[in-house]
Design a protein around this ligand. Structure first.
Ligand code: GTP
Ligand code: MG
Length: 369
């Protein structure tokens, strides 16, 4: 929490934790768990939570900003004639058009909170492979120290091949976001994550597990194509593991949550040392390219105008837009972002939207054929 004494060191910026993970990995339960952990600290340090999943019907925590207050996902599906995933994606796109407002609200709270937490939609690719996901991640990461918490369903990753695909996915997200990355092995109350740590530290142990798993050799006793591919992949991943932190947690019992926050604090330093300078460099390059493109198009337009005037001096005089014409300004009044915690009567607005969502429950899916 923020300290008010004048000689206290300035408060650190809050760290943003973006939770990402396969459907059902336990992202929302994990957010609820870290939320209650932060509330139980002495003094309590309530985080600022953003729910970005428009399709969730029940959340185990109260979000400060909830995408469902801004866009009604089922309405989006109906209006744009979309299926569930297209609906979620479009809802997220619509919300992203207002993300500057979200960021303003988050920045307003930067002095009073220690953590900002983002819960993302169940379908992982909607957030990780969409333009909106990238815009949201970049916007947050260029404003606050940011880490990605990649939630893994540990009991469902015990098979070597599944483990590898999950790690490859994590790897692709790491390279896409270029942010500090924490592998969170969730549900260790059901399955301890030691096997995963062993495989990550020792690729030979992983290759051994692969070999003993069914289908590793073909009928002639040769390693199958799939198996040799996975063996080579494990060497690639060995490099990837070196850049990450891994913790085991149970979002149900709260085990490992402290270790998770230790990893977050270490990631903050990493962000400031490695990622921030890289972000700033990338931003400068982007701005330079943008400016060059603008200059170029401006030069070309001026040249065109000059040519036009030379050829047709009278027409150019009439070429003025009508000053009385309506300004085509964006009508921003329809959707606005709400900070629930700013509301003088918490729950009042929420009840309205819940009522609306409730009405939608009668919605039935068209049956095929
Ligand atoms: N045993 C156990 N179950 C867990 C744990 N974390 C989550 N679960 C269960 O896993 C299921 C999915 O949890 P969610 O939090 O909804 O997962 P999610 O990733 O948010 O799911 P989507 O948003 O729908 O993709 C629920 O039944 C949770 O109770 C855990 O640490 N241990
Ligand atoms: Mg969820």
């Amino acid at each position: 929490m923020a300290t008010s004494t004048t000689d206290a060191p300035p408060k650190k910026k809050p760290v943003t934790i973006i939770t990402i993970g396969m459907a059902g990995a336990g992202k929302s339960t994990f957010v609820q768990r870290i939320n209650s952990y932060l509330h139980s600290q002495n003094p309590p340090s309530p985080p600022y939570i953003l729910n970005l999943d428009p399709a969730v019907t029940h959340l185990p925590f109260e979000a400060n900003i909830d995408i469902r207050d801004t866009v009604n996902y089922q309405e989006v599906m109906k209006q744009y004639n979309l299926g569930p995933n297209g609906g979620i994606l479009t809802a997220l796109n619509l919300f992203t058009t207002k993300f500057d407002q979200v960021l303003e609200l988050v920045e307003k709270r930067a002095d009073t909170v220690d953590y900002v937490i983002l819960d993302t939609p169940g379908q992982i690719e909607i957030f990780t492979w969409s333009a909106s996901g990238a815009i949201i991640t970049d916007a947050v990461a260029s404003s606050l120290p940011t880490v990605v918490a990649y939630i893994i369903d540990t009991p469902r990753t015990t098979a070597p091949a599944t483990f590898m695909s999950n790690m490859l996915y994590a790897c692709s997200i790491l390279y896409k976001t270029k942010l500090p990355f924490i592998l969170v092995f969730n549900k260790i109350d059901v399955e301890p994550h030691n096997f995963a740590i062993d495989w990550m530290h020792d690729f030979e142990a992983f290759q051994e597990a692969l070999a003993t798993h069914g289908g590793a050799r073909d009928s002639e006793g040769e390693p199958t194509y799939m198996n040799s591919l996975m063996n080579s992949m494990s060497l690639v991943l060995d490099e990837f593991y070196r850049n990450l932190k891994a913790v085991g947690v149970s979002s149900v019992t709260g085990q490992g949550i402290k270790e998770f926050f230790d990893a977050v604090e270490a990631s903050r330093e990493e962000y400031e040392k490695d990622y921030l300078p890289e972000l700033e460099r990338a931003r400068a390059v982007r701005e330079q390219t943008l400016q060059a493109a603008k200059d170029d198009s401006m030069n070309r337009m001026m040249k065109d105008l000059e040519l036009d005037r030379e050829r047709n001096p009278n027409a150019a005089l009439q070429d003025r837009w009508d000053p009385n014409e309506d300004d085509d300004e964006d009508d921003d009044t329809d959707v606005n972002i709400i900070d629930r915690s700013d509301h003088p009567w918490p729950g009042q607005y929420i009840d309205m939207t819940r009522a609306r969502r409730h009405d939608d429950q009668g919605f039935t899916w068209p049956r095929p054929g």
